[in-house]
Design a protein around this ligand. Structure first.
Ligand code: NAD
Length: 474
Protein backbone atom coordinates (compact mmCIF):
# COMPACT_ATOMS: atom_id res chain seq x y z
CA UNK A 1 0.00 0.00 0.00
CA UNK A 2 1.32 3.42 -0.94
CA UNK A 3 1.44 6.35 1.47
CA UNK A 4 -1.77 8.30 2.13
CA UNK A 5 -2.44 10.77 -0.65
CA UNK A 6 -1.85 14.41 0.23
CA UNK A 7 -4.61 16.95 -0.33
CA UNK A 8 -4.47 20.15 -2.30
CA UNK A 9 -4.61 23.67 -0.81
CA UNK A 10 -4.35 26.50 -3.30
CA UNK A 11 -2.11 24.40 -5.55
CA UNK A 12 0.07 23.17 -2.69
CA UNK A 13 0.09 19.47 -1.77
CA UNK A 14 -0.13 18.98 1.99
CA UNK A 15 -0.14 16.03 4.34
CA UNK A 16 -1.56 15.62 7.83
CA UNK A 17 -1.58 13.15 10.68
CA UNK A 18 -5.28 12.49 10.19
CA UNK A 19 -5.67 9.63 7.73
CA UNK A 20 -8.86 8.43 6.06
CA UNK A 21 -8.87 4.86 4.73
CA UNK A 22 -10.62 4.21 1.44
CA UNK A 23 -12.15 0.75 1.12
CA UNK A 24 -13.49 -1.33 -1.78
CA UNK A 25 -17.23 -1.66 -1.07
CA UNK A 26 -17.31 -5.20 -2.49
CA UNK A 27 -15.03 -6.83 0.09
CA UNK A 28 -14.03 -3.97 2.40
CA UNK A 29 -10.37 -4.33 1.39
CA UNK A 30 -8.16 -1.28 1.76
CA UNK A 31 -7.60 0.37 -1.63
CA UNK A 32 -6.01 3.63 -0.58
CA UNK A 33 -5.86 6.35 2.02
CA UNK A 34 -5.91 10.13 2.03
CA UNK A 35 -4.74 12.76 4.46
CA UNK A 36 -7.58 14.85 5.87
CA UNK A 37 -7.40 18.63 5.76
CA UNK A 38 -7.63 20.42 9.12
CA UNK A 39 -9.02 23.86 10.10
CA UNK A 40 -5.82 25.75 9.19
CA UNK A 41 -5.69 24.05 5.80
CA UNK A 42 -9.27 25.07 5.08
CA UNK A 43 -8.66 28.65 6.16
CA UNK A 44 -5.65 28.66 3.83
CA UNK A 45 -7.72 27.16 1.01
CA UNK A 46 -10.35 29.89 1.36
CA UNK A 47 -7.69 32.64 1.43
CA UNK A 48 -5.84 31.15 -1.52
CA UNK A 49 -9.10 30.96 -3.44
CA UNK A 50 -9.73 34.66 -2.80
CA UNK A 51 -6.29 35.51 -4.16
CA UNK A 52 -6.67 33.05 -6.99
CA UNK A 53 -9.99 34.60 -7.97
CA UNK A 54 -8.13 37.87 -8.50
CA UNK A 55 -6.40 36.07 -11.37
CA UNK A 56 -9.12 33.75 -12.66
CA UNK A 57 -11.68 36.51 -13.05
CA UNK A 58 -9.31 38.31 -15.40
CA UNK A 59 -8.46 35.30 -17.55
CA UNK A 60 -9.55 35.91 -21.12
CA UNK A 61 -12.14 33.53 -22.55
CA UNK A 62 -9.63 31.77 -24.81
CA UNK A 63 -7.49 30.94 -21.74
CA UNK A 64 -10.39 29.41 -19.83
CA UNK A 65 -11.36 27.42 -22.92
CA UNK A 66 -7.79 26.24 -23.32
CA UNK A 67 -7.62 25.06 -19.68
CA UNK A 68 -10.87 23.12 -20.00
CA UNK A 69 -9.88 21.46 -23.27
CA UNK A 70 -6.50 20.56 -21.87
CA UNK A 71 -8.09 19.15 -18.72
CA UNK A 72 -10.38 17.01 -20.88
CA UNK A 73 -7.36 15.75 -22.86
CA UNK A 74 -5.37 14.97 -19.70
CA UNK A 75 -8.30 12.94 -18.34
CA UNK A 76 -8.61 11.13 -21.65
CA UNK A 77 -4.94 10.21 -21.38
CA UNK A 78 -5.44 8.68 -17.92
CA UNK A 79 -8.86 7.22 -18.59
CA UNK A 80 -8.13 3.63 -17.58
CA UNK A 81 -6.40 4.55 -14.35
CA UNK A 82 -9.17 6.96 -13.31
CA UNK A 83 -11.87 4.40 -14.15
CA UNK A 84 -10.08 1.79 -12.06
CA UNK A 85 -9.89 4.21 -9.14
CA UNK A 86 -13.63 4.86 -9.42
CA UNK A 87 -14.37 1.11 -9.38
CA UNK A 88 -12.27 0.59 -6.28
CA UNK A 89 -13.54 3.53 -4.26
CA UNK A 90 -17.23 3.45 -5.26
CA UNK A 91 -17.81 -0.23 -6.09
CA UNK A 92 -19.50 0.57 -9.41
CA UNK A 93 -18.85 -1.80 -12.29
CA UNK A 94 -15.92 -1.26 -14.64
CA UNK A 95 -18.31 -0.56 -17.54
CA UNK A 96 -20.07 2.18 -15.58
CA UNK A 97 -16.81 3.66 -14.33
CA UNK A 98 -15.42 3.95 -17.86
CA UNK A 99 -18.67 5.52 -19.00
CA UNK A 100 -18.39 8.00 -16.14
CA UNK A 101 -14.90 9.09 -17.20
CA UNK A 102 -16.06 9.48 -20.80
CA UNK A 103 -18.96 11.60 -19.62
CA UNK A 104 -16.60 13.71 -17.51
CA UNK A 105 -14.55 14.49 -20.62
CA UNK A 106 -17.76 15.44 -22.40
CA UNK A 107 -18.88 17.64 -19.48
CA UNK A 108 -15.59 19.56 -19.60
CA UNK A 109 -15.74 19.99 -23.37
CA UNK A 110 -19.32 21.26 -23.07
CA UNK A 111 -18.10 23.67 -20.38
CA UNK A 112 -15.37 24.87 -22.75
CA UNK A 113 -17.97 25.54 -25.45
CA UNK A 114 -20.21 27.37 -23.04
CA UNK A 115 -17.34 29.54 -21.83
CA UNK A 116 -17.54 31.20 -25.23
CA UNK A 117 -21.25 31.85 -24.86
CA UNK A 118 -21.40 33.79 -21.61
CA UNK A 119 -23.34 36.62 -23.14
CA UNK A 120 -25.00 39.73 -21.85
CA UNK A 121 -27.38 42.21 -23.45
CA UNK A 122 -27.75 45.83 -24.41
CA UNK A 123 -30.85 47.33 -22.80
CA UNK A 124 -32.52 50.53 -23.99
CA UNK A 125 -33.00 52.77 -20.95
CA UNK A 126 -34.24 55.86 -22.78
CA UNK A 127 -37.84 54.93 -22.03
CA UNK A 128 -38.76 58.21 -20.39
CA UNK A 129 -37.60 61.77 -21.05
CA UNK A 130 -35.83 61.70 -17.68
CA UNK A 131 -33.65 58.75 -18.74
CA UNK A 132 -33.03 59.90 -22.31
CA UNK A 133 -29.59 59.10 -23.71
CA UNK A 134 -29.01 56.14 -21.40
CA UNK A 135 -28.28 52.57 -22.49
CA UNK A 136 -27.74 49.56 -20.25
CA UNK A 137 -24.81 47.27 -21.02
CA UNK A 138 -25.20 44.02 -19.12
CA UNK A 139 -22.69 41.22 -18.81
CA UNK A 140 -22.24 38.27 -16.49
CA UNK A 141 -19.35 38.24 -14.06
CA UNK A 142 -18.03 35.30 -12.01
CA UNK A 143 -19.15 35.09 -8.39
CA UNK A 144 -15.86 34.32 -6.61
CA UNK A 145 -15.13 31.07 -4.79
CA UNK A 146 -17.28 28.05 -5.57
CA UNK A 147 -17.43 25.37 -2.87
CA UNK A 148 -18.24 22.05 -4.53
CA UNK A 149 -19.41 19.20 -2.30
CA UNK A 150 -19.91 15.91 -4.12
CA UNK A 151 -21.42 12.47 -3.38
CA UNK A 152 -19.94 9.00 -3.72
CA UNK A 153 -22.04 7.66 -6.56
CA UNK A 154 -20.54 9.68 -9.46
CA UNK A 155 -17.39 10.92 -7.77
CA UNK A 156 -15.71 12.11 -10.95
CA UNK A 157 -18.34 13.35 -13.39
CA UNK A 158 -20.33 15.21 -10.76
CA UNK A 159 -17.15 16.99 -9.64
CA UNK A 160 -16.62 17.93 -13.32
CA UNK A 161 -20.19 19.27 -13.44
CA UNK A 162 -19.09 21.79 -10.82
CA UNK A 163 -15.47 22.41 -11.76
CA UNK A 164 -16.14 22.71 -15.52
CA UNK A 165 -18.70 25.54 -15.23
CA UNK A 166 -16.71 27.20 -12.42
CA UNK A 167 -13.62 27.39 -14.65
CA UNK A 168 -15.68 28.38 -17.69
CA UNK A 169 -17.00 31.34 -15.70
CA UNK A 170 -13.64 32.25 -14.14
CA UNK A 171 -14.33 31.29 -10.51
CA UNK A 172 -11.98 29.79 -7.92
CA UNK A 173 -12.88 26.27 -6.76
CA UNK A 174 -12.66 24.32 -3.53
CA UNK A 175 -13.75 20.70 -3.96
CA UNK A 176 -14.79 18.67 -0.93
CA UNK A 177 -15.13 15.14 -2.29
CA UNK A 178 -17.18 12.42 -0.59
CA UNK A 179 -15.29 10.81 2.28
CA UNK A 180 -16.09 7.45 0.72
CA UNK A 181 -14.60 8.36 -2.67
CA UNK A 182 -11.90 11.02 -2.27
CA UNK A 183 -9.28 9.49 -4.57
CA UNK A 184 -10.64 10.42 -7.99
CA UNK A 185 -11.35 14.00 -6.82
CA UNK A 186 -7.69 14.44 -5.91
CA UNK A 187 -6.68 13.28 -9.40
CA UNK A 188 -9.04 15.89 -10.84
CA UNK A 189 -7.40 18.64 -8.78
CA UNK A 190 -3.95 17.51 -9.90
CA UNK A 191 -5.00 17.57 -13.55
CA UNK A 192 -6.71 20.97 -13.28
CA UNK A 193 -3.42 22.45 -12.15
CA UNK A 194 -1.53 20.59 -14.85
CA UNK A 195 -4.02 22.03 -17.33
CA UNK A 196 -2.85 25.49 -16.31
CA UNK A 197 -5.59 26.95 -14.09
CA UNK A 198 -4.10 29.41 -11.57
CA UNK A 199 -2.90 27.22 -8.70
CA UNK A 200 -4.21 29.34 -5.86
CA UNK A 201 -7.69 28.94 -7.28
CA UNK A 202 -7.63 25.13 -6.95
CA UNK A 203 -8.14 23.22 -3.70
CA UNK A 204 -9.31 19.64 -3.13
CA UNK A 205 -9.85 19.05 0.56
CA UNK A 206 -11.16 15.78 1.93
CA UNK A 207 -12.25 16.69 5.45
CA UNK A 208 -14.75 15.91 8.18
CA UNK A 209 -18.36 17.00 7.72
CA UNK A 210 -17.92 19.41 10.63
CA UNK A 211 -15.14 21.23 8.81
CA UNK A 212 -17.09 21.12 5.57
CA UNK A 213 -19.89 22.90 7.44
CA UNK A 214 -17.42 25.53 8.56
CA UNK A 215 -16.71 26.30 4.90
CA UNK A 216 -20.42 26.31 4.08
CA UNK A 217 -20.96 28.97 6.76
CA UNK A 218 -17.98 31.09 5.69
CA UNK A 219 -18.99 34.40 4.14
CA UNK A 220 -16.00 34.37 1.77
CA UNK A 221 -17.48 31.46 -0.18
CA UNK A 222 -19.69 32.92 -2.89
CA UNK A 223 -21.53 29.82 -4.05
CA UNK A 224 -22.21 26.39 -2.58
CA UNK A 225 -22.78 23.73 -5.20
CA UNK A 226 -23.93 20.64 -3.34
CA UNK A 227 -24.87 17.23 -4.67
CA UNK A 228 -25.94 14.64 -2.13
CA UNK A 229 -28.76 13.59 0.12
CA UNK A 230 -31.80 15.82 0.75
CA UNK A 231 -31.31 15.89 4.54
CA UNK A 232 -27.74 17.17 4.28
CA UNK A 233 -28.45 19.51 1.36
CA UNK A 234 -31.35 21.36 2.98
CA UNK A 235 -29.46 21.58 6.26
CA UNK A 236 -26.50 23.18 4.47
CA UNK A 237 -28.77 25.68 2.79
CA UNK A 238 -30.04 26.72 6.21
CA UNK A 239 -26.56 27.41 7.54
CA UNK A 240 -25.16 28.91 4.32
CA UNK A 241 -25.98 32.52 5.21
CA UNK A 242 -26.26 34.94 2.29
CA UNK A 243 -24.30 32.92 -0.25
CA UNK A 244 -26.04 31.40 -3.23
CA UNK A 245 -26.75 27.69 -3.02
CA UNK A 246 -27.37 25.03 -5.66
CA UNK A 247 -28.74 21.69 -4.45
CA UNK A 248 -28.83 18.49 -6.50
CA UNK A 249 -30.51 16.00 -4.19
CA UNK A 250 -32.28 12.68 -4.23
CA UNK A 251 -35.63 11.29 -5.27
CA UNK A 252 -37.89 8.24 -5.66
CA UNK A 253 -38.27 8.49 -9.41
CA UNK A 254 -41.36 7.09 -11.08
CA UNK A 255 -41.90 5.58 -14.50
CA UNK A 256 -45.28 5.12 -16.17
CA UNK A 257 -45.89 2.51 -18.87
CA UNK A 258 -49.13 3.20 -20.73
CA UNK A 259 -51.16 0.57 -22.56
CA UNK A 260 -49.81 1.45 -26.01
CA UNK A 261 -46.12 1.40 -25.04
CA UNK A 262 -43.42 -0.82 -26.51
CA UNK A 263 -43.35 -3.22 -23.57
CA UNK A 264 -40.15 -5.01 -24.49
CA UNK A 265 -38.22 -1.78 -24.65
CA UNK A 266 -39.87 -0.39 -21.53
CA UNK A 267 -39.06 -3.55 -19.52
CA UNK A 268 -35.46 -3.54 -20.70
CA UNK A 269 -35.00 0.09 -19.73
CA UNK A 270 -36.77 -0.28 -16.38
CA UNK A 271 -34.42 -3.08 -15.37
CA UNK A 272 -31.45 -1.02 -16.44
CA UNK A 273 -32.67 2.11 -14.66
CA UNK A 274 -33.64 0.27 -11.49
CA UNK A 275 -30.56 -1.81 -10.95
CA UNK A 276 -27.62 -0.21 -12.70
CA UNK A 277 -25.14 1.20 -10.19
CA UNK A 278 -26.91 -1.04 -7.62
CA UNK A 279 -29.76 1.49 -7.72
CA UNK A 280 -27.54 4.17 -6.21
CA UNK A 281 -28.40 6.84 -8.74
CA UNK A 282 -30.47 9.88 -7.80
CA UNK A 283 -32.76 9.20 -10.79
CA UNK A 284 -32.86 5.41 -10.42
CA UNK A 285 -36.18 3.87 -11.33
CA UNK A 286 -37.88 3.22 -8.00
CA UNK A 287 -41.66 3.40 -8.51
CA UNK A 288 -43.00 1.62 -11.61
CA UNK A 289 -46.60 2.14 -12.70
CA UNK A 290 -47.91 -0.24 -15.39
CA UNK A 291 -51.29 0.12 -17.10
CA UNK A 292 -53.47 -2.71 -15.87
CA UNK A 293 -54.02 -4.08 -19.38
CA UNK A 294 -50.27 -4.66 -19.80
CA UNK A 295 -49.41 -5.22 -16.14
CA UNK A 296 -48.83 -8.98 -16.23
CA UNK A 297 -47.02 -9.01 -19.57
CA UNK A 298 -44.67 -6.15 -18.70
CA UNK A 299 -44.05 -7.41 -15.17
CA UNK A 300 -43.06 -10.83 -16.53
CA UNK A 301 -40.57 -9.22 -18.89
CA UNK A 302 -39.15 -7.16 -16.04
CA UNK A 303 -38.82 -10.25 -13.84
CA UNK A 304 -37.23 -12.30 -16.59
CA UNK A 305 -34.60 -9.63 -17.21
CA UNK A 306 -34.05 -9.08 -13.50
CA UNK A 307 -33.44 -12.79 -13.03
CA UNK A 308 -30.75 -12.71 -15.73
CA UNK A 309 -28.68 -10.03 -13.96
CA UNK A 310 -25.44 -11.09 -12.34
CA UNK A 311 -24.54 -9.46 -9.04
CA UNK A 312 -20.97 -9.69 -7.81
CA UNK A 313 -17.46 -8.26 -7.97
CA UNK A 314 -17.66 -5.03 -9.99
CA UNK A 315 -14.18 -5.69 -11.40
CA UNK A 316 -15.57 -8.73 -13.22
CA UNK A 317 -16.74 -7.55 -16.67
CA UNK A 318 -19.56 -10.12 -16.62
CA UNK A 319 -21.12 -8.56 -13.52
CA UNK A 320 -24.14 -6.26 -14.01
CA UNK A 321 -24.82 -5.21 -10.43
CA UNK A 322 -22.02 -4.38 -8.02
CA UNK A 323 -22.18 -3.82 -4.28
CA UNK A 324 -23.84 -0.98 -2.42
CA UNK A 325 -21.52 1.60 -0.92
CA UNK A 326 -21.62 0.21 2.64
CA UNK A 327 -23.10 -2.55 4.71
CA UNK A 328 -25.01 0.09 6.64
CA UNK A 329 -26.70 1.38 3.46
CA UNK A 330 -27.52 -2.18 2.36
CA UNK A 331 -28.93 -3.06 5.78
CA UNK A 332 -31.13 0.08 5.74
CA UNK A 333 -32.59 -0.94 2.37
CA UNK A 334 -33.14 -4.49 3.61
CA UNK A 335 -35.01 -3.21 6.64
CA UNK A 336 -37.40 -1.18 4.48
CA UNK A 337 -38.10 -4.24 2.31
CA UNK A 338 -38.77 -6.52 5.29
CA UNK A 339 -41.06 -3.86 6.72
CA UNK A 340 -43.00 -3.62 3.42
CA UNK A 341 -43.37 -7.41 3.21
CA UNK A 342 -44.60 -7.64 6.78
CA UNK A 343 -47.13 -4.91 5.93
CA UNK A 344 -48.50 -6.91 2.98
CA UNK A 345 -46.16 -6.30 0.04
CA UNK A 346 -45.23 -9.26 -2.19
CA UNK A 347 -41.61 -9.97 -2.98
CA UNK A 348 -41.26 -11.14 -6.59
CA UNK A 349 -37.48 -11.12 -6.91
CA UNK A 350 -34.43 -10.52 -4.72
CA UNK A 351 -34.84 -9.18 -1.23
CA UNK A 352 -31.70 -10.93 -0.10
CA UNK A 353 -28.28 -9.55 0.65
CA UNK A 354 -24.78 -10.79 1.39
CA UNK A 355 -22.81 -8.01 3.04
CA UNK A 356 -22.96 -5.05 0.67
CA UNK A 357 -24.23 -7.13 -2.23
CA UNK A 358 -27.96 -6.68 -2.65
CA UNK A 359 -29.95 -8.88 -5.04
CA UNK A 360 -32.00 -6.86 -7.55
CA UNK A 361 -35.39 -6.67 -5.89
CA UNK A 362 -38.92 -6.37 -7.28
CA UNK A 363 -41.89 -5.75 -5.02
CA UNK A 364 -45.60 -5.48 -5.75
CA UNK A 365 -48.75 -4.94 -3.68
CA UNK A 366 -47.06 -1.99 -1.98
CA UNK A 367 -48.77 1.13 -0.64
CA UNK A 368 -47.64 4.72 -1.34
CA UNK A 369 -47.08 5.20 2.38
CA UNK A 370 -44.62 2.30 2.71
CA UNK A 371 -41.00 3.44 2.99
CA UNK A 372 -40.11 1.47 -0.15
CA UNK A 373 -42.22 4.08 -2.00
CA UNK A 374 -42.31 7.14 0.22
CA UNK A 375 -38.55 7.45 0.83
CA UNK A 376 -35.54 7.38 -1.46
CA UNK A 377 -34.36 3.73 -1.56
CA UNK A 378 -31.01 4.37 -3.25
CA UNK A 379 -30.72 0.58 -3.61
CA UNK A 380 -31.49 -1.97 -6.36
CA UNK A 381 -35.20 -2.06 -5.51
CA UNK A 382 -38.29 -1.30 -7.57
CA UNK A 383 -41.96 -1.42 -6.69
CA UNK A 384 -44.49 -2.26 -9.40
CA UNK A 385 -48.09 -1.02 -9.24
CA UNK A 386 -50.97 -1.27 -11.75
CA UNK A 387 -53.04 1.75 -12.80
CA UNK A 388 -56.28 2.17 -14.74
CA UNK A 389 -56.40 5.81 -15.61
CA UNK A 390 -53.69 8.14 -16.90
CA UNK A 391 -54.98 11.09 -14.88
CA UNK A 392 -54.90 9.03 -11.70
CA UNK A 393 -51.41 7.72 -12.32
CA UNK A 394 -50.03 11.23 -12.62
CA UNK A 395 -51.44 11.96 -9.18
CA UNK A 396 -49.64 8.82 -7.94
CA UNK A 397 -46.41 10.03 -9.51
CA UNK A 398 -46.80 13.39 -7.77
CA UNK A 399 -47.63 11.77 -4.44
CA UNK A 400 -44.02 12.16 -3.38
CA UNK A 401 -41.96 14.66 -1.43
CA UNK A 402 -39.49 14.57 -4.33
CA UNK A 403 -39.49 15.78 -7.93
CA UNK A 404 -36.37 15.06 -9.95
CA UNK A 405 -37.42 13.30 -13.17
CA UNK A 406 -40.28 11.07 -14.34
CA UNK A 407 -40.36 8.70 -17.32
CA UNK A 408 -43.52 8.07 -19.35
CA UNK A 409 -43.73 5.38 -22.02
CA UNK A 410 -46.57 6.38 -24.32
CA UNK A 411 -47.14 7.05 -28.00
CA UNK A 412 -50.05 9.41 -27.40
CA UNK A 413 -49.38 13.08 -27.86
CA UNK A 414 -52.23 14.12 -25.56
CA UNK A 415 -50.88 11.93 -22.73
CA UNK A 416 -47.36 13.24 -23.33
CA UNK A 417 -48.37 16.87 -23.00
CA UNK A 418 -50.77 16.13 -20.17
CA UNK A 419 -47.92 14.49 -18.24
CA UNK A 420 -45.66 17.42 -19.08
CA UNK A 421 -48.27 19.83 -17.69
CA UNK A 422 -48.96 17.86 -14.55
CA UNK A 423 -45.77 16.17 -13.37
CA UNK A 424 -44.01 18.06 -10.59
CA UNK A 425 -40.47 17.38 -11.74
CA UNK A 426 -37.37 19.00 -13.17
CA UNK A 427 -37.75 16.93 -16.34
CA UNK A 428 -40.23 14.59 -17.99
CA UNK A 429 -38.54 11.88 -20.04
CA UNK A 430 -40.85 10.60 -22.76
CA UNK A 431 -40.50 7.01 -23.99
CA UNK A 432 -37.62 6.38 -21.67
CA UNK A 433 -36.82 5.99 -17.98
CA UNK A 434 -36.31 8.87 -15.54
CA UNK A 435 -32.71 7.72 -15.27
CA UNK A 436 -31.85 9.36 -18.60
CA UNK A 437 -29.43 12.26 -18.35
CA UNK A 438 -27.45 13.94 -21.09
CA UNK A 439 -24.70 16.07 -19.61
CA UNK A 440 -25.71 19.12 -21.64
CA UNK A 441 -29.29 19.22 -20.44
CA UNK A 442 -30.61 21.43 -17.64
CA UNK A 443 -30.72 19.00 -14.77
CA UNK A 444 -32.19 19.38 -11.31
CA UNK A 445 -35.25 18.90 -9.19
CA UNK A 446 -38.21 20.55 -7.54
CA UNK A 447 -39.77 19.96 -4.11
CA UNK A 448 -37.31 18.16 -1.79
CA UNK A 449 -35.11 17.15 -4.74
CA UNK A 450 -33.23 20.41 -5.02
CA UNK A 451 -32.70 23.96 -6.07
CA UNK A 452 -31.24 25.30 -9.29
CA UNK A 453 -30.03 23.47 -12.36
CA UNK A 454 -26.79 21.86 -13.48
CA UNK A 455 -25.55 21.10 -16.97
CA UNK A 456 -22.70 23.40 -18.00
CA UNK A 457 -24.78 26.17 -19.56
CA UNK A 458 -27.18 26.33 -16.62
CA UNK A 459 -24.52 25.92 -13.92
CA UNK A 460 -22.58 28.82 -15.47
CA UNK A 461 -25.71 30.91 -15.10
CA UNK A 462 -25.82 30.02 -11.39
CA UNK A 463 -22.10 30.68 -10.93
CA UNK A 464 -22.19 34.15 -12.48
CA UNK A 465 -24.23 37.25 -11.81
CA UNK A 466 -25.33 40.10 -14.02
CA UNK A 467 -23.44 43.38 -13.79
CA UNK A 468 -24.89 46.44 -15.42
CA UNK A 469 -23.15 49.51 -16.78
CA UNK A 470 -25.34 52.47 -17.66
CA UNK A 471 -23.89 54.49 -20.52
CA UNK A 472 -24.97 58.09 -20.82
CA UNK A 473 -24.57 59.44 -24.33
CA UNK A 474 -24.18 63.22 -24.10
P1 NAD B 1 -24.41 12.56 1.43
O1 NAD B 1 -25.40 13.65 1.59
O2 NAD B 1 -24.20 11.62 2.55
O3 NAD B 1 -22.97 13.18 1.11
C1 NAD B 1 -22.77 14.07 0.04
C2 NAD B 1 -21.55 14.92 0.34
O4 NAD B 1 -21.81 15.74 1.48
C3 NAD B 1 -20.31 14.12 0.71
O5 NAD B 1 -19.17 14.79 0.24
C4 NAD B 1 -20.35 14.13 2.23
O6 NAD B 1 -19.06 13.92 2.79
C5 NAD B 1 -20.83 15.54 2.48
N1 NAD B 1 -21.51 15.76 3.75
C6 NAD B 1 -22.25 14.90 4.47
N2 NAD B 1 -22.73 15.50 5.58
C7 NAD B 1 -22.26 16.79 5.54
C8 NAD B 1 -22.41 17.91 6.41
N3 NAD B 1 -23.13 17.85 7.52
N4 NAD B 1 -21.80 19.05 6.05
C9 NAD B 1 -21.08 19.16 4.92
N5 NAD B 1 -20.90 18.11 4.07
C10 NAD B 1 -21.49 16.94 4.38
O7 NAD B 1 -24.81 11.79 0.10
P2 NAD B 1 -24.13 10.49 -0.54
O8 NAD B 1 -24.53 9.30 0.26
O9 NAD B 1 -22.70 10.71 -0.83
O10 NAD B 1 -24.86 10.48 -1.96
C11 NAD B 1 -26.13 9.96 -2.13
C12 NAD B 1 -27.19 11.03 -2.24
O11 NAD B 1 -26.84 11.95 -3.26
C13 NAD B 1 -28.53 10.46 -2.65
O12 NAD B 1 -29.55 11.09 -1.91
C14 NAD B 1 -28.61 10.81 -4.12
O13 NAD B 1 -29.92 10.87 -4.61
C15 NAD B 1 -27.93 12.13 -4.15
N6 NAD B 1 -27.44 12.46 -5.49
C16 NAD B 1 -28.06 13.44 -6.20
C17 NAD B 1 -27.65 13.73 -7.50
C18 NAD B 1 -28.30 14.81 -8.31
O14 NAD B 1 -27.68 15.28 -9.26
N7 NAD B 1 -29.50 15.23 -7.99
C19 NAD B 1 -26.59 13.03 -8.05
C20 NAD B 1 -25.98 12.04 -7.29
C21 NAD B 1 -26.41 11.77 -6.01
Amino acid sequence: MTDPRPFLVGGEWRTSEKILDVRFPYDNSLVGAVCLAGPTDLEDAVRAAQHGFGRTRKLPTHERIRVLKRLAALIEGRKDEIAETIVLESGKTAVLARAEVERAVETLLLSAEEAGRICGEVIPLDLTPATAGRTGYLRRVPLGTVLAITPFNFPFNLACHKIGPAVAAGNAVILKPSSKTPLSGLVLGELLIEAGYPEEAVSVVPCTTGLAEWMVRDGRIAYLSFTGSPAVGWHLREIAGRKRVGLELGGNAAVVVDEDADLTYAAERIVQGGFSGAGQVCISVQRVFLHRSVFRACLEMVLERTGALRAGDPKDPAVDVGPMISEQAAAAAEEKILEAVSDGATLLAGGTRAGTLFAPTVLTDTLPTMRVNATEMFAPVITVTPFDDFEAVLAMVNDSPFGLQTGVFTNRLDCTFHAFDECEVGALIVNDIPTFRADAMPYGGVKASGLGREGPRYAIEEMTEPRLMVLHRR
